[in-house]
Write a protein that binds this ligand. Sequence first.
Ligand code: G
Ligand code: G
Ligand code: MN
Ligand code: NA
Length: 254
Amino acid sequence: ARLANELRQALERSQFVLHYQPVVQMATGQVSGVEALVRWQSPARGLVPPGLFIPIAETSDLILALGDWVLRTATRDIAQRLAQLPANFELHVNVSARQLIQSDFSATLQQALHDSGLPPQHLTLELTESVLIEQDGQTEERLREIRAQGVKIAIDDFGTGYSSLAYLGLLPFDCLKIDRSFVRNLCSSPQDAAIVSAVLHMAEGFDVAVVAEGVETAAQAQRLRQMGCSHAQGYWFGRPVPLEQVDWSTRALP
Ligand code: G
Ligand code: G
Ligand code: MN
Ligand code: NA
C-alpha cells in the first residue's frame, strides 16, 4: 500500500520517464521501430524498472492513469521526430489487460493519436498472451475496434503464456514477439531452435511480422537471420535508453 501511494505521487510529480529500445529489420539492419518502456525516476529509490511497479499499478486504477500517460507521451515523442524516421517506422507501446478492458479504451487511444498527431499506422500495441485469453469474448471485439482505427496489435512474450494454439486463429493480430527465453539458448539448444523455427513458420502462415526479443549476441542475430526472422530486438542492437540517446544508425548484421 505504501508503494502504491508513492506511485500515485510519482505520477502527480512527473517522475515517470520513457526509455526506448530499437527494433531492427533483419533484411536491412535498419532501425524500423522502437519499444517504449516506462521507468520510475524516484528521488529515494533511483531508476526503478517496470517489473517492480507495473504489477502494483495493475492492482488499482493507477495503471489506467499511468497507461494513459505512457500512450500520450510515447505518441508525442515519436510524432515529433517522424520526419527523420523511416516511412514504415513502428512505435510499440505495452498495454495492460486493465487498460484494454475499459469500455472507453478506443476513445483514449483515439485521443492520444489525435493530440500527438501520430498517424495510426505507426503505432503497435503490445498485449501479452495472458491478456488475450483471460478476457472473455469482449477481447476479440476490442482488438477489432483497435485495428479499425488503423493501429496494429502485437502478441508480446509469445510462447510463455498458457495459451492454446486454437485461440490464436481466432484473434486478430499483426505481429508476434518471440519471448527472449527461447532466444537465449537458440544456438546451443536444438529444442529452443525448433520452437523458434516453428513460431517463424506459424507467423509466415498467419502473414504477420515477427520480432525476436532478447538478442544479446552476434551469433543469435546471425542464426535468426538465417532462419528468416524479419525483426529483432535486444541488448546486442541497443538497450532501452532515453529518446535522445537512441542510436538510429543502420546496424551491420553478422
Ligand atoms: O524494461 P523491463 O524489461 O524491466 O520491463 C519489464 C516488463 O514491464 C515488461 O514485461 C514490459 O512489457 C513491462 N512494461 C514496460 N513498460 C510498460 C508500460 O508502459 N506499460 C505496461 N503495461 N507494461 C510495461
Ligand atoms: O515483456 P517485454 O517484452 O515488454 O519486456 C521487454 C523487457 O526486456 C524490457 O524491460 C527490456 O529491458 C528487456 N530486454 C530487452 N532486451 C533485452 C536483452 O537483450 N536481454 C535481456 N535479458 N532483457 C532484455
Ligand atoms: Mn513488450
Ligand atoms: Na516480451
